[in-house]
Design a protein around this ligand. Structure first.
Ligand code: TRP
Length: 452
């Protein structure tokens, strides 16, 4: 066995919840979910997304936490330990390894988008949204994407922010950052909601998001809603697992998971409502896609009383959310390095920081100079990383974790960790052993064109 020094733990159940909610709440909730709702026909997508969170997301989040807490190690060594405990092949460790790699690949593009958000904070602060026209707003966004210098500058700042937190470790890094940023994030959310209730068109936004219209549900919207439930809860790569490995034994996994999932889902939906109420009040289109918060929203801010200040607050909110998520994307690999080598946390953060930064450079260039370099299926570097991770690697990781916990681990060990009453444990097993694997397998079959 390698030398395993002292392992840190969260100070309380509360800080674990803040940190895991911080990982879950991110660009996925504020940037991606609202525009996916817009592109996929509104309420139908919302409904399927919420069902996916409950049927697949919550049970699998419990699974990841229980794997981490039982193993008390980074994902790679952790799954190996559990496999050995269950007298199963230690090859399962590569599941942990795949997750760690997936996290780094995600961070490669997450950091570039995080950089867009930082760039927009500076735009908002300089007052450049004032009276902006639709053409100007589009031109602004296009100019950002066309400038390698700007993209690289902000990507570098975002990487420095991420790595400086991770370098400080569980208690004085991750825990401290989340303790400050997550409450601040919710405070800004309240201001934003108050503002959109008084200045926006909440009624139309509400109808758009919640008035059931089943005719709009298509196979594609179902699959992208399920996939997004995964991404939104940070599942499938070991981020939640490593956070769970810092969790004390006496905390109820089920209860904490439900709070975290509710916070993540609610925040996504509330931010969506706030965004759409401003969009509709200004007669703008809800289906702008990835440009929704960067092109459409600034037009709304630019034409509303106090919109400049709200614009600054909004992009601060997005930045806080992205920052607390990005740290969870590297923490599994950092934990692995620290627990297996003599390299110290600071140095590990520096090494991984440089590696992921380089990947991000390629991503940033794929918006301009390298736009036409296609990797697979006619996708450029950014699109390849995005699709590869969120439609293949994360669901695959989640599927294998569910199978490992459901069919390979000793049932009593699982029950010991979850500590549920018989009925609740049965429910979890049905979700983990049947519903989640079947749902994920359906996504794969569909993607590979095997079912229509
Ligand atoms: N959940 C985050 C978001 O919604 C992104 C994220 C952070 C993530 N860590 C993850 C996604 C691990 C998948 C796996 O933006």
């Amino acid at each position: 066995m390698s030398h395993i020094p002292h392992r840190s733990h969260w100070n309380s159940r509360w800080t674990f919840m803040l940190a895991t909610a911080g990982s879950a709440i991110g660009l996925g909730n504020i940037w991606k979910l609202p525009y996916m709702i817009g592109v996929n026909g509104g309420s139908a997508f919302v409904l399927v997304f919420v069902i996916s969170i409950f049927l697949v997301g919550i049970p699998l989040m419990m699974t990841e936490i229980l794997l981490g807490r039982r193993a008390q190690k980074n994902p790679l060594d952790g799954i190996q330990t559990l496999a050995i405990e269950a007298k199963k092949s230690s090859l399962w460790r590569y599941l942990g390894g795949m997750g760690m790699l997936t996290g780094l690949l995600i961070l490669g593009f997450y950091s570039v988008i995080g950089g867009w958000v930082l760039a927009y904070i500076s735009e908002a602060v300089s007052g450049s949204f004032s009276q902006i026209t639709a053409q100007q707003s589009t031109a602004n966004f296009d100019a950002l994407l066309a400038s390698p210098f700007k993209l690289l500058f902000w990507h570098t700042v975002f990487m420095l922010m991420t790595m400086s937190v991770v370098a400080h470790g569980v208690n004085s890094g991750l825990e401290k950052a989340n303790n400050i940023l997550i409450p601040a994030l919710f405070a800004i959310l309240l201001v934003l909601l108050g503002y959109s209730m008084s200045e926006g068109d909440m009624q139309t936004a509400f109808q758009f998001m919640f008035k059931p219209d089943f005719s709009k549900i298509t196979p594609v919207s179902v699959l992208s809603a399920l996939g997004h439930a995964f991404f939104s809860l940070s599942l499938g790569m070991g981020a939640v697992m490593v956070y769970g490995s810092y969790l004390q034994r006496n905390v109820s996994i089920a209860r904490t998971t439900i709070y975290i999932a509710l916070a993540d889902t609610l925040l996504g939906l509330l931010v969506g409502l706030a965004i759409y109420s401003l969009v509709f009040a200004n007669h703008l289109a809800p289906n702008a896609g990835p440009g929704l918060i960067f092109q459409t929203l600034p037009i709304a801010f630019g034409h509303m009383p106090g919109g400049n200040i709200i614009g600054v607050l909004f992009f601060l909110l997005v930045a806080f959310a992205a920052w607390t998520s990005s740290i969870s994307l590297v923490e599994p690999t950092i934990a692995w390095i620290v627990e297996n080598t003599k390299i110290k946390r600071h140095a590990a953060a520096l090494i991984l920081g440089v590696a992921v930064w380089l990947l991000g450079v390629a991503v940033a260039l794929s918006f301009n100079e390298w736009k036409d370099i296609k990797i697979v299926f006619n996708l450029n570097i950014f699109e390849t990383l995005d699709k590869l991770t969120s439609t293949v690697l994360l669901p695959l990781g989640g599927l294998l974790m569910a199978i490992f916990a459901g069919y390979f681990m000793n049932k009593n060990h699982v029950q010991e960790e979850l500590n549920l009453n018989d009925q609740a444990f049965k429910l979890w097993r049905i979700a983990n052993n049947y519903i989640a694997p079947i749902a994920i397998a359906a996504v794969f079959l569909y993607l590979f064109g095997l079912i229509k």
